[in-house]
Write a protein that binds this ligand. Sequence first.
Ligand SMILES: N[C@@H](CCC(=O)N[C@@H](CS)C(=O)NCC(=O)O)C(=O)O
Length: 264
Amino acid sequence: MLTLYDGTTSVCAIKVRLALHEKGVQFQSHNIDLRAGDQFDPDYLKLNPNAVVPTLVNGEAVILESSVILHYLEDTHPVPSLLPADAYARARMRLWMKRVDDIVHPSIGSLTHATAYRPGFLKLDEESRVERLAKIPDENRRTRFTAVYEQGLEAPVVIGAVKAVNTLMRDMESALAETEFLAGPAYSLADCAVTPYAHRLSDLGLLGLWALDCPNLSRWYGAIRERANFAPAITDYLTEADRALFNNVDAETPGQVKEILDTA
Ligand SMILES: N[C@@H](CCC(=O)N[C@@H](CS)C(=O)NCC(=O)O)C(=O)O
């Protein structure tokens, strides 16, 4: 049995859960409570020294990095396939996945931490805040988190994040005007990879900033939400506390992001 070291709201863990449910693969979820700091537990760090989820364990095999895990699942559980049929479509699929890893994840991470996660962090006393940030092994990530916790949406890093999301939305709209799913006529790993981020924008009240202008993106997101893997991989996982994080996002947030978008 596969074990997924998981996080209820983790976008990267959701990518993997979407593929597991799409493929009908049984797995055991081991929740790592990211807000409680379980990712820094020495035993977990032995599995994943980056102090992040997801981690997939299959017997002796320990697989890190959500995109690598998606390819591993494709190799170990090839049916049903989540790879497009032809080589060019596979290349397009891999490009969406790379973009998610390189650009979309840090950008939407900055927006999430600047809004939904910031109030919880600010409730910690000064010593706990410093201690918490110091535990993050990756320096770039630590710098980004520090900036958005201190300055919220005013942090300079947010401008680049909003621009990157805008470009993503526009490129998705163009791709989805041509094909039903991101890399062609069939659902693929590209859709698994992008879905949690589109959904996160929706949870933050931001997807509506693009919805009117992007009918094909809206059609895709509607279809994605109706898919059988969506509820078991995403919404069924959320605790009351998780829901509260997103329900309590400041009502000013979409307006503030729109202003950044208009002036960037
Ligand atoms: N590149 C990694 C990124 C993993 C990552 O950033 N995971 C987040 C949740 S989506 C995490 O565990 N964050 C820990 C923290 O916030 O301290 C992957 O794709 O697996």
